[in-house]
Write a protein of this length. Structure first.
Length: 578
């Protein structure tokens, strides 16, 4: 079965919908979300690391395990970010730069842990030693130098600028140059060792701390985040476009399915109408086959009514040509046929032109070009017209349907079935005509057979009668020979008897010719002479009270025929008239 465009478009649209559905899901969105979460995790861990580094520098963090955990967390977050970014070169380069900065941060953290451990140790001993050496019970230059060193070291813990560093170095040198009592030399040397260590570690540790806090990871992280967010927005925009296309294609598919459903519904309605029309046509054919000759006209009118009801027509008619020439009509209640219609329908259908199936279909009379044909249809009160024509022996038969109101008389797909209806009704009429012709021929055959029997009987009688007539003629001739010329009246009577006998013989010959069905001899016959001969026979045979009047016959009245048969016609006519 040939697929309609709507049916063929459905699988194509379904495949397109499947592809658009996959693209509209935005499979990269989840990956980009994981990458952004990993970057957020990286930023959060980095902030925690800086916080803990500051806490360690301030001496509030004695355990470096959080720093180790945070470095590991940075490495893990960076790995997740690398796993969830696309294979784009720019994203890969940004991840590599961030990884480089993270590695640098890890290295600085390790250096800070080492330096800060020594720093915190010296910071814990230096105040104790300086407090012991600068006690009030100890007077002398060393005590003053220790106090100055402690004050400078205090400033150095808050400010590691070069000036403060130089001041601490001067105070260390000043303390080293002071004489110390024998009991305090070890304490001074220990103080100087811690002081020199603090002098070196405080600037170094603060430098590491500043470098850690000033690491460009935040810039790299921000750039990578913006890049991923841009990619994510592009992916989302693409997904939105595909979702829009998916919506449009869904509407298109819905429209195609609705159209396909409407076509299926229309086709189902058409099939039901065709089935109903075929059922009616089959019923009409069955009734016409079983109909008696005197019931045929009633069945044809009923068939026209049923067909007109199915095609929504107001009038229906059937015109048969040739020897079957007759028009059968039907019209709905309240309508009638105008004068001259449908007698003009066959010629009008021939002028308007029909399809190869013999169908003339005018859906709307207003669309017909102006002309005499349109005026004829308008005068007939038509709005729509269907005429089914078919050639038969002797002319064209038509089956017509008139629509007297605006509308559609019948779908074009059903017109072929109306041709079947025309064939059925026309064949029934032809069959009825053939039945009548057969009956007439049978009657003629019976009459011919009877005439043949009569002819045979007449031939037998004619032979016997011919013998009698022959005897009469023979005796008449003998009597004429015996009378002689002196007995003129008797001779004239014998002549008339002889002529009558000859006419009787000719009649017998005609009877014999009828019995033999032979062709009579034909020759030129003068009616004037024939009437003169017939006059004496009529005077002898007609009653006396009958007057016989014969007008003068012209000499030119000559016919071609058999004289005896013509004379017999005249005798029969006169005898019948008498």
């Amino acid at each position: 079965m040939r697929l309609t465009p709507a049916a063929a478009a459905v699988p194509v649209l379904l495949v397109l919908l499947s592809w658009l559905s996959f693209r509209a899901i935005d499979p990269d969105a989840e990956r980009y979300d994981r990458a952004l979460k990993a970057l957020d995790r990286f930023a959060m861990v980095e902030n925690a690391l800086q916080r803990d580094v500051l806490s360690a520098r301030a001496g509030m963090l004695r355990n470096y395990d959080p720093l180790v955990q945070q470095v590991n967390a940075l490495r893990e977050a960076l790995g997740r970010s690398r796993d969830n970014v696309s294979e784009d070169a720019a994203e890969a380069a940004a991840i590599d730069r961030l990884a480089t900065e993270a590695a640098r941060q890890e290295e600085l953290t390790e250096q800070f842990k080492s330096a800060n451990a020594l720093l915190q140790n010296s910071l814990s001993y230096f105040p104790l030693l300086s407090a012991q050496l600068a006690a009030p019970d100890r007077n002398g230059p060393a005590a003053a130098a220790v106090g100055n060193l402690a004050a400078a070291m205090m400033r150095l813990t808050l400010d590691t600028s070069p000036a403060v560093v130089r001041e601490v170095a001067e105070r260390l040198n000043e303390l080293a140059a002071q004489p110390v009592a024998a009991g305090g030399a070890a304490s001074v040397q220990e103080l100087l060792a811690h002081g020199r260590l603090l002098h070196d570690l405080l600037p170094k540790t603060d430098g590491l701390l500043r470098e850690l806090l000033a690491a460009p990871t935040k810039l790299e992280l921000k750039a990578l985040r913006m890049m991923i967010q841009a990619r994510q927005e592009t992916s989302r925009a693409t997904a939105r476009e595909f979702r829009l296309l998916l919506y449009l294609v869904s509407l298109l598919l819905l429209g195609v399915l609705v159209q396909f459903g409407l076509r299926l519904r229309a086709r189902a309605i058409t099939l039901r109408r065709r089935a109903a029309l075929e059922h009616v046509i089959a019923g009409i054919s069955t009734r016409l086959i079983d109909a008696k000759p005197d019931e045929l006209e009633a069945h044809i009118e009923r068939a026209l009514a049923e067909l007109a009801e199915l095609v929504a027509a107001d009038r229906a008619y059937l015109a048969m040509p040739g020897t079957l020439s007759r028009i059968y009509r039907w019209c709905s209640q309240g309508t009638s046929f105008p004068p001259g219609w449908p007698d003009q329908a066959p010629a009008l259908a021939a002028r308007l032109g029909a399809t190869t199936q013999g169908i003339t279909h005018i859906r709307n009379l207003d669309r017909l070009p102006p002309g005499a044909d349109k005026d004829t249809l308008i005068a007939s009160g038509l709005h729509g017209w269907v005429c089914i024509s078919k050639q038969y022996k002797g002319g064209t038969a038509i089956l017509g349907f008139d629509l007297l109101r605006p509308g559609i008389i019948t779908p074009s797909a059903e017109l072929g079935l109306l041709q079947m209806a025309l064939d059925g009704v026309a064949n029934a009429i032809s069959r009825e005509h053939l039945e009548r012709e057969r009956s007439r021929l049978e009657a003629n055959l019976q009459r011919a057979r009877r005439m043949e029997t009569v002819g045979a009987l007449a031939s037998g009688i004619a032979h016997n009668f011919n013998n009698i007539v022959g005897a009469i003629l023979g005796y008449t001739e003998t009597a004429e020979g015996q009378l002689g010329s002196d007995r003129r009246p008797a001779a004239r009577s014998l002549t008339e008897i002889r002529r009558a006998g000859e006419r009787a013989r000719d009649l017998v010959d005609q009877i014999l010719a009828f019995g033999r069905r032979s062709e009579a001899d034909r020759r030129p016959v003068s009616l004037k002479e024939l009437f003169a001969e017939t006059r004496s026979l009529l005077h002898a045979s007609l009653p006396s009270q009958i007057d016989l009047m014969i007008r003068e016959v012209p000499e030119a009245a000559v016919i071609q025929g058999n004289p005896g048969q013509v004379q017999q016609i005249i005798l029969n006519l006169c005898n019948n008239a008498a």
